[in-house]
Design a protein around this ligand. Structure first.
Ligand code: PLP
Length: 384
């Protein structure tokens, strides 16, 4: 029985200006592929400092679109972290390319550049790294490996809108960077995604791909008075509506203040867990980054605890604390085991982390009182 109000692990935050922004589009001529798509793309690409931004229907579609732009296909191997949501690897399978998993750093759970080098073969074409939890991946090292081996580097930055690496915003640090606007992410458009790049050719290919591989859109044709269009590639309907883009644009105005709030929450957690070093260890944060804290992840030191992670998880849920686990390593999903022969033991660092990680509530709407309740519950359980 839950005795207290439930504190969700992550959720959206909307205000009246968001509702008004959506209503304005509903009263306009274009519900989809209208002016708000470009407004939203421009705002996100300017925020991240990149030349091009292509809005699509969700983060998974954005990953697929990026993989298409990169040209990964049959016979190609792409190195990817297993400590992520399945979509980071699935996007390769959609185009017939092969995900090659690579273990992570035990302190940050980010893909380990030293391990990447060991996975490179004559067939390797690219790398997909994830800014896990909102901590930027090791961009400089990964970029160097990509340059030396002629690989395309895709950053799955779905956790990291607003994060910085060596003073630069995530979004323009890889060949292609992918964001999601699902309600649990930093800003939401209901569903939504975007790919950012500085490469014009990639941008052109992606704009076609989201619209069936067709050369123009209906608004352009209406403007110039033609019915003609041609399909050049096999694309999809991955369009993001103007309704969604208006919401995303309105949400973006609040992003910086929300990230600050997430950092304040993280600081409260960090501070509280300092006296529990033997049982609760937050992930390491490198000094050269600004962490966007999509997630706040701790590694339970199970050797010093009487309960397993799953028991601790259940106890927290019983107290109304929306703890979670991110993620079951992708190679351990039955689909990957069945079709690609991966098994337990293949990526020992990610697998052992999986046994002990716990994500604590983290979102812009959390109050100080709720944070205190989480801290109290976690520390009392961790005391035994
Ligand atoms: C959320 C997320 C995605 C997928 O985004 P959707 O918008 O839900 O399709 C992909 N990768 C990572 C790391 C994510 O967190």
């Amino acid at each position: 029985m839950r005795s207290k109000e439930f504190i969700p692990g992550g959720r959206q935050l909307l205000d009246e200006t968001d509702l008004e922004a959506v209503a304005q589009v509903l009263r306009s001529d274009w519900l989809t592929t209208g002016p708000f798509v470009e407004h939203f793309e421009k705002a996100v690409r300017e925020f991240c400092g990149t030349k091009y931004g292509v809005a699509v229907s969700n983060g998974t579609a954005a990953l697929h679109t990026a993989v298409f732009a990169a040209g990964f296909g049959k016979g190609d191997e792409v190195i990817v972290t297993p400590m992520t949501f399945a979509a980071s690897a699935n996007c390769l399978l959609y185009q017939g390319a092969m995900p090659v998993f690579c273990d992570v750093d035990p302190r940050t759970l980010l893909i380990d550049p030293k391990q990447i080098e060991k996975k490179i073969t004559a067939r390797t074409r690219g790398i997909i790294a994830v800014d896990y939890a909102g901590h930027p991946c090791n961009y400089d090292e990964i970029k160097k490996i990509a340059r030396q081996n002629d690989l395309i580097f895709i950053a799955d930055s779905c956790h990291a809108l607003g994060a910085e690496y060596r003073g630069k915003r995530v979004g323009g640090l890889a060949d292609l960077s992918v964001f999601s606007f699902h309600p649990v992410k930093h800003i939401t458009s209901g569903e939504g995604g975007m790919v950012l790049t500085n490469n014009e050719e990639f941008s052109t290919r992606m704009k076609r791909f989201r619209n069936h591989g067709i050369t123009s859109d209906h608004r352009t044709r209406a403007k110039i008075g033609t019915y003609k269009y041609e399909m050049l590639d096999l694309g999809f309907n991955y369009r993001l509506t103007d309704i969604q883009c208006a919401l995303g644009l309105s949400q973006l105005q609040k992003l910086s203040q929300w990230i600050e709030h997430r950092q304040q929450i993280a600081a409260l957690y960090d501070d509280a867990f300092k006296s529990f070093k033997k049982t609760i260890v937050p992930l390491l944060v490198h000094e050269n980054v600004k962490h966007a804290y999509h997630l706040y992840v701790v590694q339970l030191q199970l050797g010093n605890l009487k309960d397993s992670r799953d028991v601790i998880f259940a106890k927290l849920r019983d107290q109304g604390i929306g703890a979670n686990v991110h993620y079951l390593p992708v190679h351990l999903h039955p689909y990957y085991q069945k079709h690609f022969g991966y098994t337990a033991g293949d990526f020992p660092v990610a697998e052992s982390a999986y046994e002990k990680i716990l994500s604590l509530p983290m979102h812009a709407g959390l109050t100080d009182a709720q944070v205190s309740r989480v801290i109290e519950a976690v520390t009392s359980i961790a005391q035994g």
